[in-house]
Design a protein around this ligand. Sequence first.
Ligand SMILES: Nc1ncnc2c1ncn2[C@@H]1O[C@H](COP(=O)(O)OP(=O)(O)OP(=O)(O)O)[C@@H](O)[C@H]1O
Length: 274
Amino acid sequence: MRLTGVGKRYGRGGPWVLREVELTLRPGGPVRIEGANGSGKSTLLKLLAGIERAERGTVEAPAGRAYVPERFPPALPFDVRDYLCHLGRIRGLAAGEARRRADHWLERFGIAGYAGTPIGRLSKGTCQKVAVAQALLAEAELLLLDEAWTGLDQAARGELDGAVAERVAAGALVVFVDHDPTRLAGLTTAVHRVDGGTLHEVPLPAVDGDGPRTALVVEAEVLPEWLPGRPGRKPLADGATRLDVPAAHSDALLRRLLAAHPPVHIRSVREETP
Ligand SMILES: Nc1ncnc2c1ncn2[C@@H]1O[C@H](COP(=O)(O)OP(=O)(O)OP(=O)(O)O)[C@@H](O)[C@H]1O
């Protein structure tokens, strides 16, 4: 995915929100876009999603794109499951598969009980879960998340973290905006900052190495290349691998390992205080 010399402004004669933006992204890990309020992060994601058009330059992005907007329009004349199935069909899924995926994501986000509820009657957080589900259901090559965690309860935030790790493991490119600097820390492979209308790559924040750590002994044919917390990996004499991460990343790491294909057998998990 590549942006070359991209310029964007809203309306003729309006100020340029983005100027001469150059960006090349490859699958490998989630990419964070950061910047102050109003700097142009959502605008950049809309360009990548194909929702806004650049006045200058070119945007090359895969056709298979899914997007969670910062504001999801809740006044849609659909029940939750019908809406998800409808979007699945638009994205080329057969009716049965669209329904299977809709039910899968409703279940994972704990909102199966709302399948028959009109979207306009949902609470804000439940509506956000639907917004996230519609994007995940597509299994798109490019997944764009604009503050998608905002308003989700803790369990759903964890589900979304896990879903991002699964998309990355499947070879998708994930680009996200979030004001929490620890969001997907350890999994993120690049950070780009929007400032003064242009984009600069910034160094990845260090994963904290001084606090408590978690050591896991796992057995697997192949371990996923990207793991939350960027764990140290030490092969053991009996063929198992010892993974070592800051304890703050252990839940995300466990979730990722439990969702791995081929499966990973977790032999032991131990907290270690320095
Ligand atoms: N549809 C629009 N019409 C006119 N101006 C717009 C429109 N959308 C965004 N802008 C302007 O473009 C600039 C960048 O907005 P954008 O929403 O991309 O910023 P952001 O970095 O995502 O902000 P935040 O962190 O507050 O979500 C702002 O000055 C905003 O007012």
